[in-house]
Design a protein around this ligand. Structure first.
Ligand code: CDP
Length: 682
C-alpha cells in the first residue's frame, strides 16, 4: 500500500543532498567506497535512491544491508514512500522471519554479520579471485558508517577512498547524575532513576522531545507504565516550566516491536505535546528520530556475550562504553543545541565503562557464522579475512559445537544435516532438536517451542506486588494444565491454548501473557514450518520416520538430541553441575516451574544461562541419564587441535588415519542416529 510522506519532511534538506553528484561519481570510479557522516545525514535512505537515479540498478539490484530488523523495515518503508512505489515490489526488505520481497526487488537485506559480508565481498572482488573474472556487471560496494571505524574499513578494503558528508551538529551539554555508582547494576535502581529524570526534564526544561535509553523490552514497558502513571498527575497550569508544553506522548521502541507501532516513532508529535521515546540501543546508531533535544542515558545496554567460563552465549545487561555514551548524547544535537542527562556518576564512567564496544563477532558464539561460511564454500575459516578477527579459540569452540551437533564432520565438511541446519535462524542445538523431531514425525511438538524460544519472554510479571501475586498464580495454573512438569512443555501448552482460544489477545491478558510476543511466536512458527516443508521437498534424503510412543518422553528425547550440550546434574542441595567439561555450578532460575523442586531432580537439560548474582539455568526440563548417556561422550571425544588443522587445511595422511580410528571407536559407542533408531524399534 502506498503511503504519503509527511509534508514536513524534505529529503533535499538532508546534509547528503548537496553531495549527490559527487557521490554518484565516486561510486562510478571505485569498486569500494566508504561513506561516513553523522547519523541522520541521509546515508541510508538517500544513497540507494541516488544510485538508482544514476542507473546502477539497470545491471542488477541495489542491495542494502542493515544490522537491525526494525531499521531494515522502517528504512524500506521510508524509501518506498519517497520513491512513490509500493513496498514489496520495487523496494522490499527481508529480515529474519519476515520476507517482503519479490523477484523484481532491488533491496534485499541479509542476515549475515557485517564482518562476514565484507570478508566475502573482499574475496569476491579481489583481482586474484576467479569468481570476479568474466562478470559482465562490475560489483560496487559502498560501506556507510556513522562511527569512528572508517579508517579501519578503508584499510580493510585495500585503502579505498573515504567520502565524508560534513555534519551539521549542535553542541550537547552532558552532565553526570549521582544515582548509579560503581556498584549499582540492579535494573530496578536505574529504571526508577531514569523515569524520575525523564519527568524532571519534562517539567523543568523547555520544549523539545526526549529520548530515553534503556536495555530491553520488558524494562521499557515498565518504564513507560511508570511514566504514564506519573505524567497523569501533572498539572500543566503549575507544574511545568515551559507553558507551551501541554502534554507528554510516551512511545516505546525496541527491536521486536510490531511494524504498525514503529511508524509513530518518526512522526512529529501534535502541537504542544512533548514526545518521549523510551528505546533500546537501537536508537543510538540504527535509527534517527528527528526533534530530540534531551537524552536520558541509563548507562546500560543488553548485550549477547560469549561466556567462556560457561561455554555459552549469555544475554547480559552491561555498562555501555564511553564511545557509546558519546554516541547516545549526540542524538540530542541534531536540530539544535541539546542536553544529555546521565544517571550515573563520574566514578562509574571512569571505572565501569570501557573506552570502546567490542565488535559482536568477537564476543559471541560463532556457530552460525562458521556454518554459514562453510556452506558458502569457505573451508578455511581461520584464515578468512574477518573485518574484526575473532579469537581463534572461539572459532575452535564453534567448530566443536557444530561437530557435536552433527553439522560438520571430522574433516570440517558440512554434513547433510548441517546443510539443513543453516536454513534455520535458530541456535544449532535447537535446530538439531527440531530436525530430530521432524525425522520422527513429531515436529508439531517442537516447532511451537522453537518459535516461543525465539521471541521475547512471554510471561508478564507486573511491578505491583498484588498483581505480581495474581500473575504468578495464573502462571502456576498454566503450568499445572500443561500436564508434565517442565518449562518446554509449558511453552508448547501456552502456544496451543492461546491459538485455540476464541479471542487470543483477551486470553493473554487474562493469563498475564505477552500477546505481542505470542503473536510473533505464531508467525515464527509458521515460517519455521515453511522452511521445514521446503526442505522436505528439496531434500530427498531427509528421512521421515514414524514413532508411536509416550508423547512426553518422545518430546524430551528430541530435546536431548540438541540440548545434550546443556546437561546438568544435581550435585548437592539445589546446586547443579554442568556436564560439558566446564563443570560449572548452576542454579535453576526462579522463573522456572521446577524452581523449589530441585530436591526431586537428578538430571536436567536447559535452554540458556543467565549470570547475575549466581549462574542460573533457564527453561529447564528433567531428563533421564539413559537418554543422554550415548550422546555425552560426544562432548569430550573431539580434539580441538584436530579441528584446528582441519580448518586450516593442513591435514596429513597420518592425522587422517588417526581420525579414522577414532571414527571407528565412535561407531562402537553408537551415534545419535543409531540411538534414535534403537528407540524407535522399542
Ligand atoms: O543513514 P543516516 O543515519 O545517515 O540517515 P537516514 O537513516 O537516511 O535518515 C535520514 C532522515 O530520514 C532522518 O531525518 C530520519 O529521521 C528520517 N527517517 C524517517 O523519518 N523515517 C524512517 N523510517 C527513516 C528515516
Amino acid at each position: 500500500e502506498q503511503q504519503e510522506t509527511p509534508s514536513s519532511y524534505d529529503s533535499k534538506k538532508l546534509p547528503i543532498y548537496q553531495h549527490k553528484a559527487s557521490l554518484q561519481q565516486a561510486v562510478k570510479d571505485n569498486s569500494f567506497l566508504v561513506v561516513t557522516g553523522e547519523t541522520g545525514s541521509g546515508k541510508t535512505t538517500q544513497l540507494p535512491q541516488y544510485l538508482h537515479q544514476a542507473g546502477f540498478w539497470r545491471d542488477g539490484r541495489i542491495g542494502v544491508t542493515q544490522p537491525r530488523r526494525v531499521a531494515a523495515i522502517t528504512v524500506a518503508q521510508r524509501v518506498s514512500q519517497e520513491m512513490r512505489c509500493s513496498l514489496g515490489r520495487e523496494v522490499g526488505y527481508q529480515v529474519r522471519f519476515d520476507d517482503c520481497t519479490t523477484e523484481s526487488n532491488n533491496t534485499p537485506t541479509t542476515g549475515i554479520l557485517k564482518d562476514i559480508l565484507l570478508g566475502l565481498l573482499k574475496q569476491t572482488i579481489s583481482p586474484t579471485d576467479k569468481a570476479s573474472k568474466g562478470r559482465s556487471v562490475p560489483l560496487k560496494v559502498v560501506v556507510m558508517s556513522a562511527t569512528l571505524e572508517t579508517d579501519k574499513l578503508s584499510v580493510f578494503l585495500g585503502g579505498c577512498p573515504v567520502f565524508t558528508i560534513p555534519g551539521r551538529t549542535f553542541p550537547v551539554i552532558s552532565r553526570f547524575g549521582c544515582a548509579i555508582g560503581q556498584k549499582d547494576t540492579e535494573s530496578t535502581v536505574y529504571l526508577k532513576e531514569v523515569v524520575k529524570v525523564a519527568l524532571d526534564v519534562h517539567t523543568c526544561e523547555m520544549s523539545g522531545d526526549i529520548l530515553v535509553f534503556l536495555t530491553g523490552q520488558s524494562e521499557i514497558e515498565k518504564a513507560c507504565d511508570m511514566l504514564y502513571e506519573k505524567a497523569e498527575s501533572i498539572d500543566y497550569r503549575y507544574d511545568v516550566q515551559d507553558r507551551t508544553v501541554e502534554g507528554l506522548l510516551i512511545l516505546p521502541l525496541y527491536g521486536s516491536m510490531p511494524t504498525d507501532q514503529q511508524k509513530q516513532i518518526f512522526q512529529p508529535p501534535p502541537p504542544g505535546i512533548r514526545k518521549c521515546v523510551v528505546a533500546t540501543n537501537i536508537a543510538a546508531t540504527s535509527l534517527t528520530i528527528d526533534g530530540i533535544k534531551y537524552i536520558v542515558d541509563s548507562g546500560f545496554v543488553k548485550q549477547l556475550n560469549h561466556n567462556s567460563r560457561v561455554g555459552m552465549d549469555i544475554l547480559e545487561v552491561v555498562p555501555i562504553s564511553k564511545s557509546e555514551a558519546q554516541q547516545r548524547a549526540g542524538r540530542a544535537g541534531r536540530t539544535s543545541a541539546g542536553k544529555c542527562f546521565r544517571i550515573y556518576n563520574q566514578e562509574f564512567w571512569e571505572k565501569c565503562m570501557p573506552d570502546y564496544t567490542v565488535p559482536e563477532i568477537q564476543r559471541t558464539s560463532l556457530t552460525s557464522v562458521i556454518l554459514t561460511l562453510k556452506c558458502l564454500g569457505v573451508h578455511d575459516v581461520i584464515r578468512f579475512p574477518y573485518l574484526d578477527r575473532p579469537e581463534e579459540r572461539f572459532i575452535m569452540e564453534a567448530l566443536k559445537q557444530l561437530y557435536q551437533c552433527d553439522a560438520i564432520d571430522r574433516r570440517g565438511k558440512v554434513t547433510l544435516l548441517g546443510g539443513l541446519m543453516v536454513e534455520f535462524p535458530l541456535p544449532p542445538g535447537l535446530t538439531r532438536a527440531l530436525l530430530q523431531a521432524a525425522t520422527l514425525g513429531c515436529e508439531d511438538l517442537l516447532l511451537p517451542v522453537a518459535a516461543m524460544l525465539s521471541v521475547e519472554n512471554i510471561f508478564i510479571r507486573p511491578g505491583h506486588p498484588a498483581k505480581q501475586k495474581e500473575a504468578d498464580e495464573k502462571h502456576r495454573m498454566l503450568a499445572a494444565q500443561a500436564g508434565s512438569c517442565n518449562d518446554f512443555t509449558i511453552l508448547l501448552s501456552v502456544f496451543e491454548k492461546c491459538k485455540a482460544s476464541d479471542d487470543p489477545s483477551a486470553w493473554c491478558k487474562a493469563h498475564y501473557i505477552h500477546w505481542r510476543a505470542l503473536k510473533s511466536a505464531f508467525s515464527v512458527e509458521a515460517q519455521l514450518r515453511e522452511i521445514l516443508l521446503r526442505l522436505r521437498q528439496v531434500s530427498l534424503d531427509f528421512p521421515m520416520e514414524k514413532f508411536d510412543g509416550n508423547k512426553s518422553e518422545l518430546f524430551r528425547r528430541c530435546l536431548c538430541a540438541g540440548y545434550f550440550t546443556n546437561v546438568a546434574r544435581r550435585s548437592v542441595g539445589k546446586v547443579f553441575t554442568t556436564m560439558d567439561g566446564h563443570g560449572t555450578m548452576v542454579h535453576i532460575h526462579p522463573s522456572s516451574t521446577l524452581f523449589d523442586q530441585e530436591g526431586q531432580l537428578d538430571w536436567v537439560i536447559f535452554h540458556d544461562v543467565l549470570a547475575t548474582s549466581r549462574v542460573y539455568i533457564r527453561t529447564v526440563c528433567p531428563i533421564r541419564y539413559d537418554w543422554v548417556k550415548d550422546l555425552l561422550p560426544k562432548l569430550h571425544e573431539v580434539d580441538v587441535y584436530d579441528l584446528s588443522s582441519v580448518a586450516r587445511q593442513e591435514v596429513t595422511d597420518e592425522e587422517m588415519a588417526k581420525w579414522e580410528t577414532k571414527e571407528a571407536a565412535k561407531r562402537q559407542t553408537g551415534s545419535t542416529e543409531d540411538y534414535f533408531k534403537k528407540l524407535e524399534k522399542r
